[in-house]
Design a protein around this ligand. Structure first.
Ligand SMILES: Cc1ncc(COP(=O)(O)O)c(C=O)c1O
Length: 400
């Protein structure tokens, strides 16, 4: 009999990390590989944030802290929610964890009973279904389509809700599609949720600051205040402030839930890194102007990538509102033969052959629950993106 728990058989390791690892291995073996798999900004953490961390170290702020965050950070988070989202939260309604990932995990572990259903729109961030499964719940998928720009329709949400539905996990702008719901689109969804008081909303607002053109970011409790008492509004410093390695994420919601999440964290990691917490206080309270400047750079890259991918034979790529991903369809390549002689039968074949023949690493759509697509992260330099898209065009043209 295996030592490994049966529950682990139900989940898989993160496929996005697997692609990054595979690309790194090929690089180490001397291949010229461009990685478009990673979900992190290529920008450095701003200097003022680094300086705050150094000061924290010099001042000896290097010991255990309160399990779910120092008071200064909780206060800064409340101020952020008020300033940017018009939401009123008390520090006692805030939980800080080691990355957004841990915060979502805590919330699911703290709330799921066996058989509880969690609605997850496709395509989804890879970790949601597996975290639900680890928590003993049942992921239930709500399909979206490229025609609807990967946005869930209210009627599909309505149809997916059952008496067992505990949560809807909502993510806008989305990883992997970049789709962002405007106020009207989100209101149509919250109107459905208002009718089902047993359903809680976990909104993952990680990509709030990465929105383009004139898109206005909105979050469910802001659009429909009557959902405030059953919404966990989650966010973090990883993507906006280029702080993926610092591991700080946070959420705000009803006190009972926040307390339960702290209980989970108290028996796993305890507090998130003390130095990172002080750095995050500076991130949230310090200058914010650079966020717009970085979003402008990302918007240029998005436009470049969308244009070049749409010029590739057999690909079609919608223009998303935010995040730093695009999610093109490779339906036009299915059934064709790659230079290796292999017939491309699905999006995994497409990305594997692309990596083999042109050295470009992207992630297959199946990992995100919607095929035949693939995810391109454009959080890399314009030069690398231009070269990568040229190679993708060459690969598509080589299919017969
Ligand atoms: C949609 C989404 N939510 C949450 C996270 C987790 O962020 P963190 O690095 O803070 O754990 C990610 C990271 O890729 C993400 O894409």
């Amino acid at each position: 009999m295996s030592i490994i728990a049966e529950s682990l058989g139900r989940i898989k390791p993160s496929p996005t990390i697997a692609v990054t690892t595979k690309a790194a291995e090929l690089k180490a073996a001397g291949r010229d590989v461009i990685g478009l798999g990673a979900g992190e900004p290529d920008f450095d953490t701003p200097e003022n944030i680094k300086a705050a961390a150094k000061t924290a170290i010099d001042e000896g702020k290097t010991k255990y802290t309160a399990v779910d965050g120092i008071p200064e950070l909780k206060k800064a988070i409340c101020a952020k929610f008020k300033r940017e989202n018009g939401l009123d939260y008390e520090p006692s309604q805030v939980s800080v964890g080691s990355g957004g990932k841990q915060v979502i995990y805590n919330a699911l572990i703290a709330t799921l009973n066996p058989g509880d259903e969690v609605l997850i729109p496709t395509p989804y961030w890879v970790s949601y279904p597996d975290m639900v499964l680890l928590g003993g719940g049942e992921p239930k998928f709500v399909e979206t389509t490229a025609e609807n720009n990967f946005k869930m329709r209210p009627e599909d949400l309505e149809a997916a809700i059952t008496p067992k539905t505990k949560w809807l996990i909502f993510n806008s702008p989305s990883n992997p599609s970049g789709a962002g719901y405007n106020r009207e689109e989100l209101k149509a969804l919250t109107d459905v949720l208002v009718k089902h008081p047993h359903v809680w909303i976990m909104t993952d607002d990680m990509y709030e600051h990465l929105v383009y053109d004139d898109f206005e970011f909105v979050t469910p409790a802001q659009v429909e205040p009557s959902l405030y008492d059953r919404t966990l509004t989650m966010n973090g410093v990883s993507k906006a402030y280029s702080m993926t390695g610092w591991r700080i994420g946070y959420a705000a919601g009803p006190q009972e839930l926040i307390k339960a999440m702290a209980k989970v964290q108290s028996q796993s990691t305890s507090n998130p890194c003390s130095v990172s917490q002080y750095a995050s206080v500076e991130a949230l309270n310090g200058p914010q102007e650079f966020l717009k400047e970085r979003a402008r750079v990302f918007q240029e890259r998005r436009d470049l990538v969308v244009r070049m991918l749409n010029d590739a034979e057999g690909l079609s790529c919608p223009t998303p509102e935010g995040a730093f991903y695009v999610y093109p369809s490779c339906a036009g390549a299915i059934g064709k033969k790659a230079p290796s002689g292999k017939v491309i039968e699905n999006d995994l074949d497409f990305v594997s052959e692309l990596l083999e023949s042109e050295g470009v690493a992207v992630v297959h759509g199946e990992a995100f629950g919607l095929s035949p697509h693939f995810r391109v992260s454009y959080a890399t330099s314009t030069e690398a993106l231009t070269e990568a898209c040229t190679r993708i065009q060459k690969f598509c043209a080589s299919l017969s």
